[in-house]
Write a new protein. Sequence first.
Length: 213
Amino acid sequence: MPVVAKVPATRERRRMEFRINGERCVINMQMTIPGYEIVETLNQGRRTTIYRGRPHEATATVIIKTLRADYPHLEDLARLRHEYRILNSLNIPTILKPIALVRCDPNLALILPDFDGESLYQYLSHHRPTIEQTLTVALQLSQTLHQLHNQRVIHKDIKPHNILINPDRLELKLIDFSISSRLENERQNWLHPNQIEGPLAYMNGFFISAVEY
């Protein structure tokens, strides 16, 4: 669930296009999530959109992750459900516990606590951390992975975009468990390189040594 940069628009709008007597017509439709108001759009990825929202009867904001497609593929919906189940089963301070998984047919919305931070990718673009600060972040990340692996969960997508950091407190949160898996459920099947899960740039060299460039 990468939170990279804010998008100026405060509401997400989707478009419906059709023709009447040969004339192209476009209707803008606002994304609606039952029980929540969208405050702003934080990031738009290839498959997902991340919003900051607010429950109708509360003042505290939340993070909302939905699928970008107007009619998402079943595989993408399954990934969002999978992410919710994995997160809900974990009890690790540096991993956000989900609030709810809301149906907004034909889409789904994963509701998460709003963490006051930015992605490590964005943070490093305008900060040059000291050795002490770097070790503080590295220690938190290694402890998070240790606890995660002790619970037999493999993240599979560790990269700066999926690590949130509070610039003032240097607190860390690991996000985006959409392709994670439990070790006892992991099946070792050979895949074509184009189907490898996770970014090659941050993958252990042992796993990509056979990939031809």
